[in-house]
Design a protein around this ligand. Structure first.
Ligand code: B12
Length: 134
């Protein structure tokens, strides 16, 4: 299975991105890592070009809300019905909790939302989600 990943917007936090790349490869995924400072449009282009099964967006500086709110508009232009859209990291600025952020990001068009959730926990949930969808 192919995964496109990277860190959205003007976000330079690269450490988790490297871990995500390595962890996905260890789980048998083929990874296309766009790195830090990646715009939503670039993610969408990469998903189309690679025919990816999963888009895994990471955000650490808390600014993903601004960078991701047009996801629904971009998704509506193509048929992404087979693609899993997933986001994780620090998804809000300040003291936001997962109960507030989850619905907001799902409303943007993400299937799986992980605010301050450990990477391996998130990847376990991704694998379960993919199995259940078969
Ligand atoms: C190192 C660091 C920096 C370095 C980054 C260097 C680099 N090139 O990577 C520098 C100094 C440049 C920096 C800058 C800034 N930073 Co900084 N930084 C950190 C710090 C200390 C460590 C981040 C790190 O590498 N952690 C190690 C990795 C392995 O852990 P992690 O990032 O938490 O990732 C885990 C999870 O988030 C998760 N995860 C990540 N993505 C995903 C995706 C999915 C799908 C899943 C399931 C899980 C997942 O997996 C990882 C492993 O479990 C954190 C504080 C902290 N202690 O975490 C702040 C922190 C991330 N930074 C923060 C901020 C605010 C900034 C700045 C805005 C500060 C400023 N005013 O300039 C700038 C932003 C710059 C930019 N444009 O992005 C805040 C974010 C606040 C928030 N959103 O809640 C933090 C949390 C500090 C704080 N407590 O305020 N930073």
């Amino acid at each position: 299975m192919k995964v496109v990943t990277g860190v959205v917007g003007n976000d330079v936090h690269v450490v988790a991105n490297r871990l995500i790349d390595i962890s996905l490869q260890e789980r048998g995924f083929e990874v296309f890592n766009l790195g830090v400072n990646t715009y939503l449009e670039e993610f969408i282009d990469a998903v189309i070009e690679t025919d990816a099964d999963v888009l895994l967006v990471s955000s650490l500086n808390g600014e993903a809300e601004g960078w991701c709110r047009d996801l629904g508009i971009l998704k509506s232009k193509y048929d992404f019905s087979d693609v899993v859209f997933m986001i994780g990291g620090n998804l809000g600025v300040g003291e936001m909790n997962a109960e507030e952020l989850g619905p907001k990001y799902r409303n943007y068009g993400f299937d799986l939302v992980f605010h301050q959730v450990d990477l391996n926990e998130g990847l376990d949930q991704l694998e379960n989600y993919l199995k259940e969808r078969k």
